[in-house]
Ligand binder design. Structure first.
Ligand code: CMP
Length: 140
């Protein structure tokens, strides 16, 4: 099933200059970038994106981190793109993620886990709409 998913390269990824290293396995997997931009996410947008985590104890830290520096947003397309991106990203906690996965390779902290990838078709649709205008997404 051809799908689109939202990927966020979090502030740590930009700060540590590992954008290329993160994009490489995504393209190697056969996934296609159909939208890309940098954005300094404000609190309002961050709270909308992470609305499902509002009641969690880590919510404030999460919002502070994602708004601390610019991020890179990618809309990624391909066969089963949502599951494929989740596999590439690895488990949420970098210490539990497979060593070869993106989160497993770069960093240790769970808040600074380098990358976000949509967890379902509903989330992907909602998150892509939140960050991209239709004309910023390319069909090719
Ligand atoms: P992300 O995929 O962006 O989605 C929610 C984020 O919450 C997650 O990555 C982590 O960065 C962050 N987070 C911080 N603490 C926790 C925790 N204990 N469990 C799950 N997510 C956490």
């Amino acid at each position: 099933m051809r799908e689109r998913t939202l990927v966020i390269l979090k502030p740590t990824a930009i700060e540590n200059r590992i954008v290329g290293k993160i994009i490489e396995p995504i393209e190697d997997k056969g996934l296609k970038i159909v939208g890309a931009k940098m954005l300094w996410i404000d609190r309002d947008l961050a709270e909308k994106h992470y609305a499902e985590h509002r009641a969690k104890p880590f919510f404030e830290k999460l919002i502070e981190h994602i708004t601390s520096k610019p991020v890179m947003l990618l809309a990624v397309e391909g066969e089963n793109a949502i599951a494929a991106m989740r596999q590439l990203a690895g488990a949420t906690d970098p210490l539990e993620a497979e060593a070869g996965s993106i989160r497993g390779r770069f960093g240790i902290g769970i808040t600074e886990n380098v990358i976000h990838a949509s967890d379902s078709r509903d989330s992907a649709r909602r998150e892509i709409e939140l960050f991209f205008k239709p004309e910023e997404l390319y069909t090719y």
